[in-house]
Design a protein around this ligand. Structure first.
Ligand code: F6R
Length: 528
């Protein structure tokens, strides 16, 4: 049997012997609706998939491949669809600005709209490009170009070891949180020699690195938060200005990037539409694009000029955890690598940073060994309906990430704030019912953050603080304190987030939420 692997969020529709599976977003919907109505179709809903089924039905004259080719020319947007007709045992699929992957099995073949969905079926894959059409039977795969020539595709073997089962863990999210120490080790192995960073596949010269006068980091969601940490890292190590922007805003404001800009796009999936559009916009303007991704052969990877993999292995839970910390580590290593080429970082500083980076696996394991305290804290706070996460400096992006983790998995309304900004309005929301999660890890701003915490405490908020081991001051104000081992402040964000991931996990568990697949969310967002 040939199959269509269903990834999360996939839509299905049947019409007069046609079965359609679809993912994406059609841009010229109204035009297509008007045309179909004129041709006598009754449209029952607003869904794109219904349009695809009727268009194929209209164009079909006994040859599904031909109907698919014609449909492809009519439909504008980012989408992929696969279609079968009851009269023939074949699946025909195509895509436009959307991933489409073929999986090759033993007397069975597969189609998926993202690579990771295939991996529990087969690891032998090939990628389908825009407008190409593939025709699958159990024994055979034919791929044709938009103009009808048969194409020979290169197959590749996915090497991820990550298994798709939860092992001893109740949820993928928890499993993935616990995979972080090993993830750090994987990322470090082979990348540091004689205290010099080397990143596989990245061969940059002094001339190239010096030509970049500015960096613009573009990403969405959790990856955007990683970008905010990246700003501090690259500014410090490379001494050039770094901007960070949400990808969905980047392309629509004529961004000031040019040949002298390095645009760093960050994406776990490597398929996020907003990030991909931003990448294309940056390239159009002549910028060099470097992609930090987790997904080999993803569209973002293929289109970028340079790539750094984060080697997290597949991330199954919708809430991103291990990919975030591996993105941060990739940024630190990239910063040191570029700084060493450019000479903007002293040998002493590089040694000191690498020494601390080497401690990450062990320190992360220590944090994870304290999981029981998170269960207790979760039991105390799980009924809260509002939470604010505050922090300064590097603690601020981690506050944003902590709040995002909590809101997406537990559905508690949670917001992250720069601690100093909180008093400029949001303080009005604080009552006895409010949970304040105060990040007091960064020492250069410690006193100021503590002052902000006191302001919230005075308004009745319950304070859960995150602080470095041995901190006695914070315990005098906070209701509860989570302590993390002392580590150099500059690399601390890579670890500071782990307790917040655990907090979100255990609170969501106490609330009985669908932790791995929160409502309304999908793993990779391939529509703008
Ligand atoms: C949150 C989360 C999302 C993603 C965002 C970008 O836990 O996973 O916010 O970070 O959708 O996805 P990628 O990194 O695949 O581009």
């Amino acid at each position: 049997m040939n199959g269509i692997v269903e990834c999360k969020g996939l839509e299905k529709f049947e019409h007069r012997g046609f079965k359609v599976l679809y993912k994406g977003s059609i841009e010229n919907k109204q035009e297509l609706r008007d045309w179909l109505l004129e041709e006598g179709y009754t449209l029952n809903g607003e869904k794109d998939i219904e349009l695809v089924a009727y268009i194929i039905d209209y164009l079909y004259n006994g040859n599904l491949t031909e109907a698919t080719r014609k449909a492809q020319r009519k439909i504008k947007g980012s989408y992929g669809f696969a279609i079968t007709n009851a009269s023939k045992a074949e699946v025909v699929a195509t895509s436009n600005n959307h991933p489409l992957v073929i999986g090759l099995g033993d007397k069975q073949n597969f189609i998926a709209f993202d690579l990771s969905s295939l991996l529990s079926y087969t690891k032998k894959c090939c990628l389908i490009n825009n407008g190409e059409i593939c025709i699958l039977t159990p024994e055979n795969i034919v791929i044709v170009s938009p103009t009808g020539e048969v194409i020979n595709k290169e197959e590749f073997q996915v090497s991820w070891d990550g298994t798709m089962d939860k092992g001893k863990f109740e949820h993928f999210m928890l499993k993935e949180i616990y995979e972080q120490p090993d993830g750090f080790k994987t990322n470090l192995s082979g990348r540091i020699k004689n205290n010099k960073v080397k990143i596989e596949g990245l061969e940059l010269t002094l001339e190239i690195v010096k030509s970049w006068k500015k960096i613009a980091i573009v990403a969405c969601g959790t990856s955007y938060h990683a970008g905010l940490i990246g700003k501090g890292v690259f500014e410090n190590l490379l001494h050039i200005p770094v901007e960070v922007e949400i990808a969905s805003e980047f392309s629509y404001r004529a961004p000031l990037v040019d040949e002298e800009t390095l645009v760093i796009v960050i994406s776990q999936s490597g398929e996020t539409a907003d990030t991909l559009v931003a990448l294309r916009e940056a390239k159009k303007k002549g910028a060099s694009v470097l992609a930090i991704t987790n997904t080999l052969n993803s569209t973002i990877n293929r289109e970028a000029d340079y790539g750094v993999y984060i080697w997290s292995g597949p991330e199954i839970a919708i809430a991103s955890t291990k990919a975030f910390t591996m993105m941060l580590l990739a940024e630190y290593l990239l910063g040191i690598y570029l700084g060493q080429i450019k000479g903007s970082i002293s040998e002493e500083k590089a040694n000191m940073l690498l020494e601390n980076i080497y401690k990450l696996p062990e320190t992360a394991s220590k944090i994870l060994a304290e999981a029981t305290q998170y269960q207790k804290i979760a039991e105390k706070y799980y009924q809260k309906e509002n939470a604010f996460f505050i922090g300064r400096g590097f603690d601020w992006p981690i506050s944003l990430e902590g709040a995002l983790k909590l809101k997406e998995t537990s559905y508690i309304h949670a917001e992250g704030y720069a601690a100093g900004e909180f008093k400029h309005g949001s303080l009005a929301l604080v009552t006895e019912e409010t949970l304040m999660v105060a990040l007091c890890v960064q020492q250069s701003t410690y006193e100021k953050t503590l002052a902000n915490v006191k302001e919230c405490k005075a308004r009745g908020a319950q304070i859960l603080a995150l602080a470095l081991e041995g901190d006695k001051e914070v315990a005098k104000i906070a209701d509860d304190v989570i302590y993390i081992p002392r580590i150099n402040n500059f690399v601390a964000p890579i670890l500071t987030v782990i307790p917040l991931q655990l907090l979100a996990y255990y609170i969501s568990k106490a609330r009985g939420c669908s932790i791995d697949q929160p409502r309304n969310l999908v793993k990779s967002i391939v529509i703008e």
